[in-house]
Design a binder for this molecule. Structure first.
Ligand SMILES: [Zn+2]
Ligand SMILES: [Zn+2]
Length: 238
């Protein structure tokens, strides 16, 4: 049976075979939600990248970690992102979050599935998402990361667990320094009881954007402290 949200979203979807980004009609789109031209214009992150956080690193670097990951302890094992946060993908994420283009979760989800299969990043025991504070959720009406996480969970047949709660309302993070973000987010996340599925599990944490890594790290810390065996992160862009 279709979920209520799916049925509702179908009413506002663009027509089948219409690119979500440029809104052109193209029969080759089928269930990819994006035309070939737009997909080519999304800027992929090219190797070599930091083995922890996927930040592009110098070809001549003698180590496979970026300077930040050398200096900062990370609670997640690794974070992966297919796209660089600029141009078309940045605009699309913005529309998704601030212009109510809720159905974009299917586009991002399907791009992520292709990428995750490509890099063999699909073996997890459960999938969780970065939560919004309840007041933010009320304001936006949906959690953009949760919609993508549930899409990935259903495509990969891995259980989605509603495991994390945001206990602290934080200011909008853009424009803040790395240190400020880290401080603001300290203790901002808690594990919802009970979340046994997380214990001793390899957990995939889904977020939309990776900026400084503070959000991913704080959520990972809560998961690891609760007993997760390892946390892996995926975001659309970084
Ligand atoms: Zn297009
Ligand atoms: Zn790094």
């Amino acid at each position: 049976m279709k979920s209520y949200i799916d049925s509702l979203l179908e009413l506002i979807y663009p027509e089948k075979n219409t690119c979500f980004i440029c809104e052109d009609y193209d029969e080759k789109i089928s269930d990819k939600y994006i035309c070939q031209d737009c997909e080519r214009n999304l800027k992929k992150i090219q190797p070599p990248v930091c083995r922890k956080c996927s930040k592009p690193i110098d070809y001549n670097s003698s180590i496979d970690l970026c300077p930040e990951c050398c200096d900062t302890k990370r609670y997640f094992i690794m974070s992966r992102s297919p796209y660089s946060y600029e141009g078309l993908i940045k605009k699309a994420i913005y529309s998704y979050k601030y212009y109510n283009k809720t159905y974009f979760y299917k586009l991002f989800g399907s791009l992520l599935i292709d990428y995750m299969k490509d890099i063999n990043y699909t073996s997890f025991d459960c999938i969780v998402s970065v939560p919004l504070h309840s007041s933010k959720l009320r304001e936006r009406g949906y959690n953009q990361s949760e919609l993508i996480a549930k899409y990935l969970a259903s495509r990969l047949s891995i259980p989605y667990v509603d495991a994390i709660k945001r206990t602290k309302k934080t200011l909008r993070q853009s424009g803040q320094s790395k240190e400020q973000r880290r401080k603001n987010l300290r203790g901002a996340f808690e594990i919802k009881h009970p979340a046994e599925k997380v214990i001793n599990s390899s957990v995939l944490l889904v977020d939309d954007i990776y900026t400084t890594g503070s959000t991913a790290d704080e959520c990972s810390r809560a998961l690891v402290n609760y007993g997760a065996a390892g946390v892996y992160v995926i975001t659309i862009a970084r």
